[in-house]
Write a protein that binds this ligand. Structure first.
Ligand code: DGJ
Length: 377
């Protein structure tokens, strides 16, 4: 790295033009250099398009280790291929005891723009320093500008003291009747039934529902939703945010209870909402799961994984993080994923692939070694 910098400085000093090669196509799962030639360090990320510029927010990961030492990184681009590192959007805190103290874990940040307040709002999965993945919280941060610095507001477990909006009085009573102490072993048929009936919803009712892998979706009416893995990663939850996107309205549903889905991504096309998630196998890839619904409030129906071809059963080695509806393209959707490299998380590669649709309008994602935006409809 040092040698490269010295070479560039000398080259410039002697009057050579310093032009870095442009990225001209997407190369899924290859190293992806930013405009400084460094592999893009924005993992578990998402894209915001604002006033002609794309912003890619993601986890700034160290080369070694699993905790967050820097924060959430943001990159900017005008063409989705050439990205400039715009620095740390949300920094860890050096204050001991802060929920975002250096050494915490910040994952899967997503930023949305709130038209009413003219603020950029970041939600991210937060784990407290030294507590592994047990805290299972969501963090909120806010900024007046897309590159930040974002100001950390608070972290919490969503919807404390609130039942899912589709739970009847009878469902509530049934959920309350399920007790973890009645099940010495996980994964038995009886235990699974208890999970579906809301055993963990009831367990976490007072303190709020667990919140790990997550995304944020803004619908066409500007209402925003937080979709996250809850209940020990067994159940997805979709929760409506307040108009300023900084809190919950209390309206939420459980999706695929007991289905063990994480890494949720979501998009809307031709009257249907599509949700693509992964299974739960840590950093290792697994077969993706797909759901659709006519409304965000359901009913959600499960489909086959959209991935086809060789290695489709392992999502081509990746785990989803975001679906980008490409502005200016009538039918252009890009599935973004991370190829996790747990030994060197910083070097985890990115998979971006166009989503195709069959005659019934069902998403299909085949592998491509390379592709460019003009291939999108
Ligand atoms: C899978 C999740 O999707 C990642 O974001 C990360 O939390 C890893 N698990 C940690 O094992």
């Amino acid at each position: 790295m040092k040698i490269k910098k010295i070479f560039l400085m000398c080259a410039c000093a002697f009057g050579f033009t310093c032009v870095r090669a442009q990225v001209t196509e997407f190369r899924p799962a290859q190293m992806w250099p930013d405009t400084n030639g460094e592999h893009i360090n924005a993992h578990g990320g998402g894209i915001l398009y604002h006033e002609g510029i794309y912003y890619w927010y993601g986890e700034n990961r160290p080369d070694r280790g699993f905790s967050t030492e820097v924060g959430v990184e943001v990159y900017t681009s005008k063409d989705l291929m050439n990205w400039t590192d715009a620095g740390v959007a949300l920094s860890v805190s050096s204050e001991s005891g802060s929920p975002i103290e250096r050494g915490c874990i910040m994952e899967r940040p997503k930023v949305v723009y709130n038209k009413k307040t003219a603020k950029f709002v970041m939600l991210f999965h937060l784990e407290l320093k030294g507590r592994g993945y047990e805290a299972a919280r969501v963090g909120f941060a806010v900024s007046d500008t897309p590159t930040g610095p974002f100001r950390f507001l608070r972290s919490l477990r969503p919807n404390a003291g609130v039942w899912p909006c589709d739970f009847t009085e009878k469902d509530i009573a049934t959920a309350r009747a399920q007790k973890e102490s009645d099940y010495k072993e996980w994964w038995t048929p009886e235990w699974r039934v208890a999970i579906v009936k809301g055993m963990l919803t009831a367990r976490d009712f007072e303190g709020g529902q667990m919140s790990r892998d997550m995304t944020v979706f803004v619908d066409s009416d500007d209402k925003a939703y937080h979709i996250f893995s809850s209940e020990e990663n067994l159940t997805l939850i979709m929760a409506e945010l307040t108009d300023d996107y900084l809190d919950y309205t209390g309206k939420y549903i459980r999706i695929a209870p007991g289905g063990q889905n994480e890494a949720p991504t979501i998009f809307f096309r031709n009257g249907k909402y599509w949700l693509i998630a992964s299974g739960c196998t840590g950093w290792a890839p697994n077969k993706a799961r797909m759901f659709s619904a006519p409304s965000l409030w359901g009913p959600w129906q499960q489909h086959e994984s959209p991935f086809v071809g060789e290695h489709a059963n392992r999502t081509f080695g990746g785990q989803g993080t975001f679906v980008l509806k490409v502005p200016g393209k009538e039918d252009g959707f890009v599935f973004m994923a991370d190829v996790w490299n747990p030994r060197h998380l910083r070097r985890s590669r990115h998979i971006w692939l166009p989503i195709e649709f069959n005659e019934e309008g069902t998403p299909i994602i085949p592998w491509r070694d390379s592709w460019s935006l003009d291939q999108l409809k």
